[in-house]
Design a protein around this ligand. Sequence first.
Ligand SMILES: Nc1ncnc2c1ncn2[C@@H]1O[C@H](COP(=O)(O)OP(=O)(O)O)[C@@H](O)[C@H]1O
Ligand SMILES: [Mg+2]
Length: 507
Amino acid sequence: MLGYFLEMKNITKKFSGNAVLKKINLFVYRGEVHALVGENGAGKSTLMKILAGVYQPDSGEIFIDGKQAVILNPRQAQDLGISMIFQDISLFPELTVAENIFLQREPLKKTRLLRLIDWQKVYQDTQKYLEYLGLTLTPQTLVKTLTIAEQKFVEIIKALSQKSRIIIMDEPTTALTEREIDMLFKVIRDVKKLGVTVIFISHRLEEVRRIADSLTILRDGEVVETSSAKNLEIDHIIKMMAGKEMEDRYPKLRVKIGKEVLKVENLGYNDRIKNICFSLKSGEILGITGLSGAGRRTLAKTLFGICRPFEGKIFINDRLYRSITPDLAIKNGLCYLTGIGARESLILKMNIPENITLTNLSRVSEKGFLIRTEELRIAKDFIKRLEIKAEERETAQNLSGGNQKKLLFAKWLFANAKIMIIEEPTSGIDISSKVDIYNIINELLRSGVAIILISSDLSELIGMCDRILVMYNGEIRKEFSRSEATQEKILFYASGGEYAIKKHNQS
Ligand SMILES: Nc1ncnc2c1ncn2[C@@H]1O[C@H](COP(=O)(O)OP(=O)(O)O)[C@@H](O)[C@H]1O
Ligand SMILES: [Mg+2]
């Protein structure tokens, strides 16, 4: 191959005196998919934000196509053909798909007097891209009605329509299902054919193996290795990322299965879920999976009393309930850790102790007065037990994603939850934090908690669950025991499986 298309040389960046990037060298060929991997906090997003003009490096140089690039702001990055799809969605919810794509660079009609936006062209172009990606949205759809996956694709269209030469994707697969990831990868392969260079940030090494041509591993603000992705050894990369061996990624613990704590019969809500039947025992992890829109989240919300009224029966500890509210759910020992992100479920301005005790203040109060020393003692205990890496009184907003997740667990542990519905607990966090979370889940099991684990991460489900329910179109289509389950079988049922085949044979 000829020289590099993108060179970032000796990039250094400090945040309030703290060196986050230490003389980073990143070299990328034209038209390749270059994966950037590393644990949370390794500096991946910061490095890419420098390339995208969001931050300025303290020192270092950037060359594109052999020419030194001056990137003082996002606009200049865009002019150089660099687009970044950020970790968090950055679209405007109230605007349409087309408006979001062409925002601030709408094609103008050629009139001499007025600058008129050529809306017809905006909609036509958007339609073209939507069809190209095989999306069934219309250009007029409001972004707020889209799934996360669809929003990611809109961001990709935005990058494509800007004729980007380099597209940076910062953990794009975090909230996507397997099928959506397949779609994304197809798009990545397509844009590669057009000569576009893709920098792909991910924690999921299986994905990196599937899509990347080469990869650079960051650890603690430094490049520890750059190599071709051919013959990529996952265990080796994990070791390089973490700087330590990590034998068991799924430390499944077998505990004694206790009595039935939850049973649902013919549960339904608003046609979004139908005829759901299952039971759950203490000490058990029941996995629930499906593609997005299959009803997993609605099921969780129905159990927790957010979606109501429901049809059918819910038994908690053998007692029949015909209606449930979140208050009642909590009183019965249920808790729901949503997958929306720890940020939304914590009070960000509050510190660690305050967040933990919030749902159960009476446990740290005496005669109606909050005892701060007791609160702090409890916080210290959780920080130690859950290995939360932070000062005791740190505010929630200053914690990393993995530590925010742990704080959420602490909060519910303190609330004495007995039945935990946990949604996507490890999405977007680094591998060693993942193992920490699995160990927390194990600790919960050991203390007799029953767990419903809703996840799109199939290896996580297979690695951690006792049974796995596969949902499709609001229904449970299949139950697998741990030993039966494989990714292929789960995917088969998650995408309609048998039903799709039957339908095909009928016609
Ligand atoms: N705007 C910021 N201000 C201060 N510190 C930051 C900022 N952005 C990131 N950091 C810190 O820089 C380090 C690298 O973060 P980041 O680039 O987001 O890592 P990664 O994307 O690999 O998880 C972390 O320690 C993070 O806390
Ligand atoms: Mg990041």
